[in-house]
Structure formats: C-alpha cells, structure tokens
Design a protein around this ligand. Structure first.
Ligand code: ATP
Length: 659
C-alpha cells in the first residue's frame, strides 16, 4: 500500500473529528499490558492504541524532548504529594508502601478511598477535572518537573505533582506515580537513559513493532490487502522502523517524520545523524578464553583491552550556523558534553585535517598525567557530573577509541569492523594522554591472548573485549551481540577475590520482589573493635526462587530487638535495613573492587586522609558462591563430629561461636 501517511491522516481527521486522546486511555492500555506477559498480545494492545492516536490525535504521539533530564524527586517527596492529595498520613503511606512494594498502587488505593479534596482547587480546575487529563497535559507537566531547578524547586515540583494527582482518576494515579519513579513496571521498558517512560520512550521491540504496524494499518488501502500480503507489508514496516531506530533512537525525530513522510520513506529522512546519540552495541559476558575461542572458531577476530571508565560516544558535526560542534554522549544517550569540557577541547586535535564529521565509540578513562598511566575507575567517579569548567578539572581523562561509526557525512555501521577500524586509523592520530586507539592484538593463539589479558589487568583495565573482524562484524546498535564478547577479570575462574561476609540485615523487595527481600546488608568483622562493619548491599545475583527460599530461611534468625550493639552501620535512610538479622549467615561474595565510601563502615579510621570514611565493596555483579551457615560449618568440623572440641572443653560448645 501507499504508506505515505500524510494523506491518510487528513482523511482520518476529517472522519473522526480529531478528538484528543486522554491520559486515561493510555493508562488503560498500560493496565492491559501489565496483566499479560504475551508479547504478541502486548504488541496488539499498543498497535491499537497507536492507531487510535494516528487517526484521532497524531500530536498525542509527540512528546517533549526529555534529553538528559531527570525528575530529581525522591520517594519521600512523592509520598508527601500523595498525602496532600488524599489526606493520608505519611506514616500510613510508608507502611502501605513497604507492604505493597509499589508507590503507584499506594497512590491509586489511597485516591479511591480519598478523604479530603484540597479546597484551594478552583472551580476552573474542577471543570478540567471532569474533562479528564490529556496525554499532553501529563507529559508536559512531567517535562516541567524535570526542568525545574533552584532553591524552591522541591516546593514547585510537589505542587505540580499534586495538581496532576488531584485530577487523576481510575488507573491514572498508579501510572503517573510510577512515571515519576521512572519505572512503569509493565515489562516494556529497557534502560533508556531517559527518565520519561512515556509511551514512546519505552524503547522495546514491542513498541517499535506496534508503531510500525499501526502506521501501515492507518492507510485505508491496507484493508483491501489479502492477509498474506498485509502480513508482508507489516513485517517490512517493522524491519524498516527497527533499522531506523537503531541508527537514530529518538522518537522525537522519528514520530514527526513518520507522520509527515510515512514509513516507506522514513529511512530517507531519519538516518544516523551526528548530534543524535546512537544506542551503543553491547557485549556478551564469557567465563573463559576457551569459550571465546569456541564461539569464534573459523572466524577472524580481534582482542582489545576493556578499559574501565565511562563510555563516550563522541560526535563532531557542523551545526545549523555552520560552526563545528563536538558532543559527548553516555552509554545511555545522555549528553555528557558539560561533564567533559576537557574532551571538547582536546578532541579536535585527534582527527586529521580532512575529517569534517564523525561519530567515534570510545571509553573515557581517568589518566595520571605525570606517570602517564591509566587510573582506576573510582578515580574517574570523583569528577563532578554537571556544569564542569575546564579549569576545575582535577582528574584528566584520556579517550580510548575502539570504533568509528560515521565519517564525513556517511554512516559506516554496515561495514565490517576491520574496515571501520582501518578508516579510524587512517583518519585520526593519537595524542599522548589525550586520545589513543584501544590497544588490540589480532591472534588466535590462546597463550598470547592470556598474556594480553593479564597485561590488561595489570594496566588497570577490566579485561578484554573480543570482537569479530570480518564476517558477522557490522556495528549492531543497541544489541547485546554475540559478536562482541567480554572477558572480565571478575567473571573469570581464578580471578577476583572472594570475601566471606555476614548478612546483618535485609530490605523489603518492591515490584516483582514484593513479599521477599529485595536486597541484603553485608558486613565484615573487625577484630579490634569486635564489631560487624557494613561493607555493601547486594540485590543482584539471586534468582526469584533463591529469594523466596531465603525469605523463609531468614525468618528464623530475625533479630526483633535489632540492631545489635555489635553492628557498626550508617543511620541514613537508604542504608538502614528494614529488618535486622542475628549474624549467623555468611555469603561468600565474588566482588569487583573496593572503594572509599561515605556510608559503609569497613576499615573506618584506617584510611589515610579519609579517616571518617569506610570502604565499600563494588559489586557490579556480585556472585554468591555459597551460603555458609556458621552453625553447619561448625557441626561439620571433624572434631565436633567426633564429639570432641578443640576448645579444651568436652562438649564442643563455645559461647562466642556465633561471632
Ligand atoms: P560493563 O559493566 O561490563 O561495562 P555494560 O553492560 O555497561 O557492562 P558491556 O557490553 O557489558 O557494557 O561492556 C561493554 C562496555 O565496556 C562498553 O559499554 C564500554 O563502556 C566498555 N569498553 C571498554 N573498552 C571497550 C572496548 N575496547 N570495546 C568496547 N567497549 C569497551
């Protein structure tokens, strides 16, 4: 069919009278999606919703650009707003929250049993209330909330939240509050870097497929197509949109273009464009070099250092006024240009003269200027994130480039890595301490790769990235691809230390983890003070089944009088656990790095220059090797099994044993 939608929309507007799509209609779709796990069903719900939007109110598909914005509101502020609107006390809301694990649900239930309506709410607003909220009203408000800064910002934010919450009905409070928390919990959202889970910011394939299909179906000619022909058109549209989205994952650009040109012409109008971040390609984890060699058997591949810093997608282009512009984007498409003024200054020296525009995929790594070496990730973390002035920069960064995606007006993501890398080497030059190419070797010899891996770790890197070079070697935006394998020291057998840590508390789970513990507070034991000092919280690395079993298991060791005097912990709100345990269970945790912490207590007083601070364990991926029950261990000791104790006593009982 002719899928140019502009004419389609005009016809539909004429027939439908373009009635505005309400926020309630959107929430009803969210509710349907929440109730199913079937992808096909989800796509259908979304498709019908998008079709309604295209036919009745195309503008409802266009949301304000939320680039790099965050709401900057915590749970307590949302709770306050719920209290103001519903008359519930903060204590009650908190209690319900820990029971239900979903502040959205709490808002909805409280709204239903609402005791009090704020009388300052004018008659004009009450009229609006009757008409119902529109999508634009809600998302404009979300955008405004994210844009507010300054001293009185919290008051203004709460006021805006209250105003919308007052007008919310049925399912609306649930989804509005979840939006504010940045998670809709309907199983659609991927990590987007954008805090707006608007219908179109949910970058999942279901949304893309539904959007593509709805545009095909909005063409009246599609009704005349036979089923198989229509199915073909739908899959074609699906493929087009997926491709376009991977090059320019930005609905603010795609939707207006879709409305204007239709899906068929979309690729001509929406292409990888410097200035718009591309969703980066990601890697699969592996446990050994032999696993890597098995996967890449018969293929050419390269091994690169896996630098431990922050992903930096660097774009250079000419803006509308013809000025050369440089921008840096994060792994999650956040604009980091204000965080790295030094990169903006040092990068233009890297391309050789003929380079007009480019997109480089890189890692920004902390750099020791005097020793000329890489510094650990924790040093990079000490840099300020916002409004950094070049003269304030205390930690220098060196850019390690590992891929070139766009060069002089052309996307080169479809070329293989070997060609992309050759173009990168030809068009850029290294500048000591500022810009370098990722160190690499192209070899299949396992001993050479092992040595290269060892060297990478000695050089403060995380391990290796191993990538296909020729076949299956295009750049796959947004994919966790099997053509990129990461070999991290933390995952490797024999690498990375393990620590035996005592579980001293737990946090109630939220969302899917409601009814079980969502995380634990772990401590190490300081012999001198005879205290358990907190060292980290862990919440990942468990299966749902694990958590259910553990929940039952831990019931027996809950310390109802807790916290015990032998615990050293911080009393801050996000740190203090919801429940305390007697120190009887030890988790053996395989961990990444240790870093200085303002909240954790391990080794407090012992760190030069940071006497008030403790040490925390960075568990990017904590691996629980075993759960050690101290009692079982004790009982399994041969001496105890033989009825003897090494402790001079005949009974094998040691009063201090637990500790
Ligand atoms: P991780 O915690 O391992 O960084 P991740 O999910 O952020 O996980 P992965 O795909 O697992 O990302 O690992 C790739 C990341 O490693 C990239 O996002 C990038 O920041 C970093 N990196 C460092 N060196 C390289 C390299 N040579 N090639 C690709 N990515 C690299």
């Amino acid at each position: 069919p002719n899928t140019s939608s502009s004419s389609v929309i005009c016809e539909n507007e004429a027939s439908s009278g373009s009635a505005v799509v309400t926020y309630l209609e959107l929430c009803e779709v969210f509710e349907l999606i929440e109730a199913t796990t079937k992808r096909i069903q989800i796509t259908k719900y979304l498709q019908n919703f998008f079709l309604t939007c295209i036919q009745r109110d195309p503008d409802s598909l266009i949301c304000p650009d939320a680039e790099g914005k965050e709401f900057g509101i915590g749970e307590s502020l949302i709770m306050k707003a719920i209290g103001q609107v519903t008359g519930s006390t903060l204590a009650l809301i908190k209690k319900e929250h820990s029971k239900k694990g979903d502040l959205g649900q709490v808002a909805q239930d409280n709204k239903k049993g609402q005791k009090r309506i704020d009388h300052s709410f004018s008659a004009k607003n009450t009229n609006k209330m009757k008409k119902g909220l529109t999508i634009a009203q809600v998302f404009d408000t979300l955008y405004e909330i994210a844009s507010i800064s300054g001293t009185k910002s919290q008051v203004t934010k709460i006021d805006k939240i209250v105003r919308i919450l007052m007008q919310c009905q049925d399912q609306e409070p649930k989804f509005f509050v979840r939006s504010l928390e940045g998670k809709l919990r309907i199983g659609l959202a991927e990590r987007t870097g954008l805090q707006f889970p608007s219908p179109l910011k949910l970058m999942s394939l279901s949304v893309l497929a539904a959007l593509a299909r709805s545009f095909v179906l909005s063409d009246p000619n599609s009704k005349n197509l036979k089923e198989d022909k229509l199915e073909k058109e739908l899959s074609k549209a699906d493929a087009i949109l997926k491709q376009v989205f991977s090059e320019i994952p930005n609905y603010d650009v795609i939707i207006p273009a879709l409305l204007r040109y239709g899906i068929g012409e979309l690729p001509d109008h929406c292409k990888l464009t410097p200035g718009f971040p591309l969703k980066p390609m990601l890697a699969h984890p592996t446990k050994s070099l032999t696993e890597v060699l098995d996967r890449f058997e018969g293929m050419t591949f390269t091994c690169e250092y896996k630098y431990d810093g922050e992903r930096a997608q660097i774009h250079q282009f000419r803006d509308a006024s013809g000025e050369k512009k440089l921008m840096v984007f994060s792994r999650n498409s956040e604009n980091l240009s204000a965080k790295y003024p030094d990169i903006i200054v040092q990068m233009p020296e890297a391309p050789i003269d003929v380079v007009e525009s480019f997109v480089l995929d890189c890692e920004a790594v902390a750099w020791d200027v005097s020793k000329k070496c890489i510094l650990p990730f924790q040093v990079l973390q000490t840099r300020k994130r916002k409004d950094v002035q070049e003269e304030d920069v205390l930690v220098s960064v060196c850019i390690f480039a590992f891929d070139l995606l766009y060069l002089n007006g052309e996307a080169i993501t479809g070329k293989c890595l070997k060609e992309r890398r050759a173009l990168m080497f030809q068009n850029f030059k290294e500048i000591e301490g500022k810009f370098a190419f990722a160190k690499s070797i192209d070899t299949k010899n396992i001993e050479e790769i092992q040595t290269f891996l060892d060297d990478s770790i000695i050089g403060n890197c995380e391990g290796l990235m191993v990538k296909t070079l020729e076949s299956e070697a295009t750049y796959e935006p947004s994919k966790r691809s099997r053509n990129w394998l990461k070999v991290k020291k933390d995952y490797l057998e024999g690498f990375g230390d393990t620590l035996d840590l005592v579980v001293i508390g737990a946090y109630f789970g939220k969302g899917k983890r409601t009814g079980v513990y969502g995380g634990y507070l772990l401590a190490c034991f300081d012999e001198e003070s005879e205290k358990f000092q907190t060292i980290c919280k862990i919440g990942t690395g468990f299966s749902e089944a694990n958590l259910t079993d553990q929940f039952k298991f831990f019931q027996d060791i809950i310390d109802v009088d807790g916290p015990s005097e032998s615990y050293s912990y911080s009393d801050t709100p996000n740190h203090k656990p919801d429940i305390w345990f007697h120190p009887k269970i030890v988790f053996e945790v395989k961990a990444a790095d240790l870093s200085i912490s303002p909240v954790h207590q391990a080794a407090t007083g012992l760190i030069d220059g940071n006497e008030e601070k403790g040490i925390s364990l960075r568990c990017k991926l904590p691996i629980i090797n075993r759960v050690l029950d101290v009692k079982d261990m004790y009982e399994s000791q041969v001496s105890v099994q033989n009825g003897k104790s090494e402790n001079n006593g005949a009974t094998g009982v040691d009063d201090d044993f637990e500790y």
